[in-house]
Design a protein around this ligand. Structure first.
Ligand SMILES: Cc1ncc(COP(=O)(O)O)c(C=O)c1O
Length: 352
């Protein structure tokens, strides 16, 4: 078993042992945000542009799917049965990945009760349609209830003789997380080539993505903290769950990192009125980044995560002298589904 800390090359080599189906554009850019940093007032803020991973408008699931699609193909699957919320970025990117890999995809999307009714065929749902996913919208809550619907659809396809790669959290989450250890290798190499090192990493996550960043941090022996800003409060102990995902992901690449609950830092303070519902702080953060740097966040994940980062500047957790990397996990198509609420919450600029 390799001894940690690893070099970035050694971590990449360990990850490269796993089957991989190439989907994305890497490394994604790491950009300084000078006008945004000045407006927030405190640390220097950088952004890792994983909204630019490619594959039907980009996002974190491009990285995840390189490993998941490879696993599905290795198992001889001919269809993926997947599901989440109706404006799921995950499902949109998985559907696009299936199109590229020549797999069928059946999406089971939970309507939920979002404030602005984003189940109009817009945003991610429109893209699901265009890339050729079979979409069913069901009245199920995301979590165990929706997982049950997905399992039923998967069983039906199996009974019809299809070879199904079905969503199973114990299997897919650690495999997806591995991909975010790779993202950390990019951040370390890019910042070090520019002559600096991050003092904190921020990411929107309550699952695989944040867990994978922790794997990268631990495997490379980084001293900077990883802070996940949760978009959702699951019914389970999220910190313990993410620690388990991270530890399982590490084992998949031959590392015993002994990651425990306390090694995972998750904030639930930026969820606002609920998962998929616009928050005032999230919309303000989204507008500030757009209006200082011309970079678009999304309303459900990255806008809220950026609000969490800004709140940590206000409460003194992040200070001037810090160099913070915010990982932009994508989600921008959802902007178009939430247009009514965004127009309401983001004041128009009027020039005299
Ligand atoms: C844009 C965006 N950011 C972050 C996340 C969180 O990812 P994870 O579930 O891996 O924590 C998601 C999940 O769908 C997402 O769509």
């Amino acid at each position: 078993m390799p001894v940690v800390p690893l070099t970035t090359a050694a971590l990449r080599a360990a990850i490269n042992q796993l089957p991989r189906f190439p989907l994305g554009h890497y490394p994604t850019p790491l950009e300084h945000l000078p006008r945004f940093s000045q407006a927030v007032g405190g640390p220097e803020i950088y952004i890792k542009r994983d909204d630019c991973t490619g594959l039907a408008i980009g996002g974190n699931k491009t990285r995840h799917n390189e490993f998941l699609i490879a696993d599905a193909l290795r198992q001889g699957a001919d269809i993926i049965v997947w599901g989440a919320g109706v404006q799921s970025n995950n499902c949109r990117q998985t559907a696009a990945a299936c199109a590229k890999a020549g797999l069928d995809i059946h999406l089971v999307l939970g309507r939920g009760r979002p404030a602005n009714g984003p189940d109009v065929v817009q945003g991610n749902l429109l893209l699901d349609h265009i890339v050729g996913a079979h979409v069913d919208i069901v009245e199920a809550k995301i979590g165990a209830e929706l997982d049950e619907c997905i399992a039923q659809v998967a069983a039906r396809h199996t009974a019809n003789g299809r070879r199904v790669y079905a969503w199973d959290r114990h299997k897919v989450k650690p495999l997806a997380a591995v991909s975010y250890a790779l993202c950390v290798t990019e951040i370390v190499e890019q910042s070090s080539a520019a002559g600096w090192a991050p003092t904190a990493l921020y990411v929107s996550s309550a699952g695989s993505t944040g867990a994978g960043v922790v794997v990268g941090q631990r495997a490379l022996g980084l001293s900077c903290p990883v802070r996940s800003i949760a978009p959702i409060k699951w019914d389970w102990d999220t910190q313990a769950d993410m620690a388990q995902i991270a530890d399982d992901a590490a084992r998949l690449i031959g590392l015993d990192l002994g990651i425990r609950r306390d090694d995972v830092d998750v904030s639930f303070d930026s969820i606002g009125p609920g998962y998929g519902h616009l928050s005032d702080d999230g919309c303000a953060a989204l507008a500030l980044l757009a209006r200082t740097e011309g970079i678009l966040l999304d309303p459900s994940y990255t806008g809220k995560a950026m609000a969490g980062l800004i709140s940590d500047v206000c409460n003194g957790r992040l200070k001037s002298g810090d160099r913070v990397v915010f990982i932009h996990t994508g989600g921008t198509p959802a902007l178009f589904a939430y247009h009514a609420g965004l127009v309401e919450k983001i004041p128009a600029r009027r020039l005299v």
